[in-house]
Design a binder for this molecule. Structure first.
Ligand code: HEC
Ligand code: HEC
Ligand code: HEC
Ligand code: HEC
Ligand code: HEC
Length: 180
């Protein structure tokens, strides 16, 4: 009786182990070799905001609009009062700026469509990367020449880990760095 019970127990533990192993290995293989999700994604935005014009031509620094990129996990999309610093006066006859002003006066945020979007079970932190001198361009491409924002990097696990492994970066590669 006794020996039978523990044998069954051992067998089911073994099976659970196999299942977990298959899920993890499958997940890793998929992350490295699976389809590259969303690379090239460039949705139309509710207002056609151009980085090429603002960040390129006018040379407005990234952090003027993405205010928390150097100090927090998130870069954040700019609050409308930042736009209104200029557009209270600039190009007020444009239908796009009229739409922006209307939303601002109504206190309704512009429903910008998120382009870069990691799955929830991952952890990413802007501040750490920016502090180590990894430039925006390395991960987001040549934003200053984009009339419309596009996801350039694959944002797969393989992409993250390949950079973390490079000796000049010496960044952590343990699973709990990015999965917490
Ligand atoms: C004048 C304000 C402004 C400046 C300057 C600016 N941005 Fe943006 N950025 C925005 C707005 C508004 C959005 C959301 C609309 C869009 O995606 O076009 C955005 C979106 C983005 C996104 C996509 C966010 C997502 O949804 O994944 C990235 C990446 C980005 N900006 C990078 C940069 C970089 C890099 C610079 C500097 C070279 C920069 N931005 C300069 C206003 C700005
Ligand atoms: C530092 C000043 C400044 C800031 C901040 C700024 N803009 Fe602009 N924006 C301009 C200038 C200058 C133009 C070009 C006007 C022209 O064509 O004469 C412009 C043009 C535009 C246009 C094109 C308008 C058209 O119909 O041609 C849009 C849309 C726009 N901005 C949206 C935004 C949004 C959204 C934000 C906030 C995320 C923002 N801008 C922040 C200065 C600014
Ligand atoms: C090491 C790669 C890397 C660097 C460097 C980097 N980003 Fe990002 N960025 C990402 C990833 C990954 C996401 C998606 C994050 C998510 O979905 O949680 C993202 C998202 C964003 C977003 C959308 C809002 C948010 O916080 O999710 C903006 C805006 C942005 N980045 C701007 C910038 C700017 C500006 C710089 C330079 C100062 C920069 N990024 C540097 C990888 C990077
Ligand atoms: C430097 C960051 C980073 C490290 C380190 C990392 N991962 Fe990931 N992992 C990611 C990102 C980002 C994704 C989501 C993108 C994707 O699916 O490719 C992901 C996805 C996964 C997935 C899901 C695959 C899928 O397709 O949904 C599994 C399983 C996984 N990781 C396991 C691990 C294990 C086990 C380790 C340690 C050996 C590890 N990861 C280390 C960033 C990382
Ligand atoms: C171009 C190189 C590069 C890419 C791409 C990159 N990283 Fe990093 N990562 C770094 C560097 C450099 C550090 C800083 C290490 C340090 O502070 O010593 C870092 C640090 C981190 C940290 C902070 C570790 C800690 O101890 O808090 C996390 C989390 C992280 N990266 C996640 C990611 C994820 C998730 C991705 C992919 C979506 C990614 N990284 C893509 C270079 C990169």
């Amino acid at each position: 009786m006794n020996s039978n019970g523990s044998e069954g127990n051992a067998r089911s533990k073994f099976l659970v182990g196999i299942v977990a192993f298959v899920i993890i290995v499958g997940g890793i293989a998929y992350a490295f070799y699976g389809p590259q999700k969303h690379q090239g994604y460039a949705p139309d935005q509710p207002i056609p905001f151009s980085h090429q014009m603002h960040a390129g031509q006018f040379n407005i620094p990234c952090a003027y609009c993405h205010v928390s990129v150097e100090k927090s996990r998130h870069a954040t999309v700019p609050a409308m009062n930042i736009c209104m610093n200029c557009h209270r006066f600039v190009k007020t006859d444009s239908p796009h700026i009229k739409k922006l002003t209307q939303a601002y006066n109504d206190g309704k945020p512009i429903p910008w469509i998120k382009v870069h979007d990691l799955p929830e079970f991952t952890y990413f932190n802007h501040e750490r990367h920016v502090a180590k001198g990894v430039s925006c361009t390395t991960c987001h491409g040549d934003v200053q020449n984009m009339a419309k924002i596009k996801q350039v990097a694959p944002l797969t696990m393989g992409w993250c880990v390949n950079c973390h492994r490079q000796p000049q970066y010496n960044a952590p590669t343990s699973c709990d760095t990015c999965h917490r």
